[in-house]
Design a binder for this molecule. Structure first.
Ligand code: CU
Length: 304
């Protein structure tokens, strides 16, 4: 499972690099924080961890447990020999993973189950934004959502899995700042909070638990300045690209930081940015991991 996730994030990096070209005009292509690469060190950074490591490990234990439960059921009730064989291999593979996750959490002195407070006291939450999004928007009960993030981080300075504490200086989002002030200057008139959601079992993706096939366009009023808040409820990073309009990323205090095409949201993180709806038309708004886009993480934005 871990391998699988890491494999996908390598694909994400490739997608980000490919994703730099866009229909917008006059943009300098911002280097994304995750496109920096370095080799992972072996055991040196095993003890090093952050909130997201803990959230990942805590979240994966029930995931593996569920796989074992399913495999138990198949071993008992299935009739196909291939299914039975697969089930027994899944049982064998998941147990050591649960043990490994539990060991890691114990080493970090963290509980094996997540604390359920929506507002956490973790360092990532201390920055407090000027607006009051909580990252806990209620979503419809949907087969397209198999997890919700328990504590949202706004941190921008985490190099990411495999790049922490390895002796290299890694460029992160926190290092990037436009050398101009907010080109629009107006305070956003409203906030649109969208959750990046998915189901690992179905390998299906969407915004707010709704795949594109079942979605309605997001409507922006021509000329308005609005804030988009993205909360990543999944275990994968999603680089989200709004075509036709700029994405003016805000820093942790809610101030203008950086003009971008694509806002990448790591697992369990929140990013907020301002958009001026200054181009009439129908625009694509999607994850730039094209497989995620194809499998639902896509919306139409209408400026009208
Ligand atoms: Cu994605």
């Amino acid at each position: 499972m871990r391998k699988y996730l890491l494999g996908i994030s390598a694909a994400a990096i490739a997608a980000l690099v490919v994703g730099c070209g866009s229909s917008d005009t006059g943009a300098s292509h911002q280097m994304d924080e995750t496109s920096t690469s370095a080799e992972s060190t072996g055991s040196a950074d095993q003890a090093e961890h952050n909130d997201q490591d803990i959230a990942f490990a805590q979240g994966m234990i029930p995931h593996h447990q569920q796989a074992i439960d399913m495999a138990d059921m198949a071993a008992e009730k299935a009739s196909n020999a291939q299914v039975k064989d697969l089930a027994s291999r899944i049982q064998a593979a998941q147990d050591p993973e649960i043990q490994q996750l539990t060991d890691m959490l114990e080493m970090w002195g963290a509980p094996t189950e997540p604390t359920t407070s929506g507002e956490s006291d973790m360092p990532g939450m201390d920055h407090g934004m000027t607006h009051d999004e909580t990252g806990s928007k209620p979503l419809p009960d949907s087969p397209w959502v198999d997890m919700r993030v328990m504590s949202v981080s706004k941190a921008q300075d985490d190099p990411g899995v495999g790049l922490r504490g390895n002796g290299r200086r890694v460029l992160t989002l926190a290092d990037l700042r436009s050398d101009f002030a907010d080109p629009d200057g107006r305070e956003p008139g409203r906030t649109l909070e969208l959750h990046l959601t998915g189901s690992m079992e179905r390998y299906a993706w969407g915004f707010d638990g709704v795949p594109y096939s079942e979605s309605q366009p997001l409507r922006f009023d021509y000329g308005e300045r609005l804030r988009i808040v993205l909360v990543n409820d999944t275990m994968m990073e999603h680089p989200i690209h709004l075509h036709g309009l700029w994405s003016d990323l805000e820093d942790a205090s809610g101030a203008f930081q950086l003009r971008k095409h694509t806002i990448s949201v790591p697992p369990g993180h929140l990013r907020s940015y301002r958009v001026s709806a200054d181009a009439l038309g129908r625009w694509a708004f999607h994850c730039h991991m094209l497989l995620h886009m194809e499998l639902g993480m896509f919306r139409e934005v209408r400026v009208e």
